[in-house]
Ligand binder design. Structure first.
Ligand code: ZN
Length: 157
C-alpha cells in the first residue's frame, strides 16, 4: 500500500533559479516553479494507517522554504568558489557572482531536478522518523507541472 503526497495540491512548492552547465538552453540562468512530491510505501500499521503523513508534509515544506526564491548552487561543481559574502560560479567561459545570502548551497554536482530529488530524499532520511511498517520512501521533484524526477530508498527489507 502507498501514501501519496502531491506537492502542488499540498502547497509544497518553491520558486528558484538554476542553470544546467553545457545545456544549449538550460545553460543560461533561468527559473522554475518546483513542487516536492512523496510516496510512502508500507503496510497498514497502528490506527489503520501507514503513518501520519502530516509530519512528512510539514518537513517537506521546511525544505521547500529553504530553497524558495534562492539561486540553487551545486556546491560540488568545480566552478564554484565561496569568497566572503559572495559565490563565484565560473563555467564554460562565463562568470557569475551571487550574494551568498541569496543562494541555497546544495551538496550536489548539478542543480537538476534529479539531483534536487536526491538532496530532498537525503534530508528526509536524515530527519523524518518512519514507523517500522514503512518499507520505502520515494521523492519526486517537479520542474513545472507534469515533469519531474523521482528517486527512492528502501528503509528495511
Ligand atoms: Zn531549468
Amino acid at each position: 500500500m502507498r501514501l501519496e503526497i502531491d506537492g502542488w495540491s499540498s502547497k509544497i512548492t518553491f520558486s528558484a533559479t538554476h542553470l544546467i552547465p553545457g545545456h544549449y538552453k538550460c545553460g543560461r540562468l533561468h527559473g522554475h516553479d518546483y513542487a516536492i512530491n512523496a510516496t510512502i510505501v508500507g503496510n497498514i500499521g497502528a490506527g489503520g494507517v501507514i503513518m501520519d503523513f502530516i509530519s512528512v508534509k510539514e518537513f517537506l515544506r521546511t525544505v521547500a522554504a529553504e530553497l524558495d526564491h534562492k539561486v540553487l548552487i551545486p556546491r560540488r561543481d568545480e566552478g564554484i568558489k565561496e569568497e566572503g559574502a559572495a559565490i563565484h560560479y565560473s563555467l564554460s567561459g562565463k562568470e557569475y557572482m551571487f550574494p551568498t545570502e541569496d543562494c541555497a548551497l546544495l551538496d550536489v554536482g548539478v542543480a537538476s531536478a534529479e539531483e534536487l530529488a536526491n538532496f530532498v530524499l537525503a534530508r528526509v532520511m536524515e530527519k523524518v522518523h518512519f514507523p517500522d511498517n514503512v518499507t520505502r520512501v520515494e521523492i519526486g521533484v517537479d520542474e513545472g507541472e507534469g515533469q519531474g524526477a523521482w528517486t527512492g530508498a528502501d528503509l528495511r527489507s
